[in-house]
Ligand binder design. Structure first.
Ligand code: UD1
Ligand code: CA
Length: 488
């Protein structure tokens, strides 16, 4: 308890650096807006900080500031995220200064700093790091990892006693420094006062003529302060994304993590390499996921449901024991238990199937509330419709919902047989236990229990085909056809 209240008293503000363009991405979009697992990188970092208990969080933006702020607001809903503008990208140290300026001048707690381009960062690690810093007695701590090849990362240079002396950027490093395996991940914590003093001393004396945040290490050491490099176990969590190639390998890494977690929880994958599942998905045990399946956004899938393959599902809730056949696309909708969907069905936003439903090939639904046991097996459009239970929607049934200006509602009751090729001209209401003859155009309300039809009387003109073909000079076809059917 005492420890908890000390942490609360100490306070934990955070700064996320997200003002750069990210030249190496070769993109017009700010690097931190590029997505991993469907979420902009910067939003993932903010979420990790938020979950770790940091508040306030200041996002330093510059390039595409408005878009970056919007991306953070969209996916880090609870967080009180303030923003600070870095007018020109003069380096990470300059960005951190801008961030610190947005924290109340009297603020007297710790400040955590992270970069917006490390999307795999987790809250659990941050919590551990903060605790390690606070018990160490160091004035400044940062997270380091050991890599076989340090690449473009900053190298951690230690003194004769093994204490960190400086972080040297790869561009500025001597061959001996480049050979150092311990690198800077880019996550720092220090008391606000320590940080203010260190940032004030930065000078752009380096290959890029920028203010490097990394120089706070040397500056703190110069003032006789203790600096700690906290070695993290899993290097992958701290990988920064600078290029499209790194973006793609990060996506693969996250995907593998998600799939492994799901398999451990009892989900079967026919081929995990072609399953693209959001880390927000909740998938129950004994679900089978076939090849080439995308499960995006916030999907929930009930136990024993089978997804055959080639499906695109976003923000969909699927009940237990459903069979999602080949080629289903579904978005923002609910599929009740024991339903059979597809092959080749398109369930658009607002589709709500109560359960035991069958939606077959080339059926499109939109804002359609469909009762238990109701089926639409072939070639239909059901939009802005409410359909009761145990109704059979025949092949080629269409809700005519749009008059060019507005969308209108169709209502159909329970236990109806809607014949093939029926058009329901909305707004329209069909009662329960109604039989609709095939080819009917329904334009008036149909009461319960009725049979409705709008057939044109059938007429025949015998021998018409032969004379038609003859008129088009197709005499051979005309005679052969005529002789075959004349009975001669
Ligand atoms: C940085 C570190 C390096 C570390 C690596 C870890 C510095 C000088 N170097 O290098 O030691 O190993 O991260 O991934 O800090 N940004 C701004 N304003 C700027 C410049 C950058 O807001 O003026 C933001 C960027 O949007 C980005 C983050 O800071 O999100 C990091 O910048 P980046 O250019 O990617 O730094 P690295 O060269 O990767
Ligand atoms: Ca980077």
């Amino acid at each position: 308890m005492a420890k908890d209240s000390r942490i609360a008293e100490a306070g934990l503000a955070a700064i996320v650096l997200a003002a750069g363009l990210g030249t190496r991405m070769r993109s017009k979009r700010a690097k931190v807006l590029h997505e991993i697992g469907g979420t902009p990188m910067v939003a993932r970092v903010v979420r990790a900080l938020e979950t770790a208990g940091a508040a306030p969080i200041v996002a330093v933006t510059g390039y595409q500031a408005r878009e970056v702020e919007a991306a953070i607001r969209a996916s880090a809903a609870r967080a009180q995220v303030a923003s600070a503008i870095q007018a020109e990208p003069r380096g990470t140290g300059d960005a951190a200064r801008a961030g610190l300026g947005a924290i109340a001048p009297g603020y007297d707690g710790d400040v955590l700093i992270a970069y917006g381009d490390m999307p795999m960062l987790t809250a659990a690690t941050l919590v551990e790091f903060v605790a390690a810093h606070r018990t160490s007695g160091a004035a400044l701590s940062f997270i380091s990892v050991v890599l076989a090849d340090g690449g473009a990362y900053g190298r951690v240079v230690r003194d004769a006693h093994g204490a960190p002396l400086a972080i040297v950027e790869a561009r500025d490093a001597s061959p001996a420094e480049l050979a150092v395996a311990e690198i800077n991940t880019g996550i720092y914590i220090a008391h606000a006062g320590v940080l203010r003093a260190a940032l004030a001393e930065l000078k752009p004396k380096n290959a890029q003529h920028e203010f490097y945040l990394t120089d706070i290490v040397a500056s703190a050491r110069a003032r006789g302060l203790v600096v700690q490099a906290w070695p993290a176990r899993d290097a992958a969590e701290f990988a920064g994304v600078n290029t499209r190639e790194e973006l793609s390998s990060m996506e693969t890494l996250l995907r593998e993590q998600v799939n492994r977690r799901l398999m451990a929880a009892g989900v079967t994958f026919v081929d995990p390499a072609t399953a693209y599942i959001s880390d927000h998905a909740e998938i129950a045990a004994d679900v089978i996921i076939g090849p080439n399946v995308q499960i995006l956004g916030r999907c929930r899938i009930g136990a024993e449901t089978r997804i055959e393959g080639t499906a695109w599902l976003k923000d969909v809730e699927i009940g237990e024991r459903c069979h999602i056949k080949l080629g289903v696309r579904a978005e923002d909708c609910r599929i009740g238990a024991d339903s059979e969907i597809g092959p080749f069905a398109n369930l658009r936003a607002g589709t709500d199937l109560e359960g035991h439903n069958r939606i077959g090939n080339f059926v499109e639904t939109k804002k359609a509330k469909i009762g238990r046991g109701t089926k639409a097996s072939h070639l239909s459009y059901l939009g802005d419709a409410t359909i009761g239970r145990d109704t059979n929607v025949g092949c080629g049934v269409i809700t005519v919902n749009y008059d060019g200006y507005e969308k209108h509602q169709t209502q159909i009751g329970d236990r109806c047989m809607i014949g093939c090729d029926t058009q329901l001209v909305a707004p329209i209401k069909v009662g329960s236990d109604v039989y609709v003859a095939s080819g009917t155009t329904i334009i008036r309300e149909v009461p319960d229990g009725a049979l409705v039809m709008s057939h044109h009387p059938q007429r025949e003109k015998s021998g018409w085909t032969a004379s038609w073909r003859k008129r088009h000079g197709d005499s051979a076809a005309a005679t052969s056809h005529a002789s075959k059917h004349s009975g001669k």
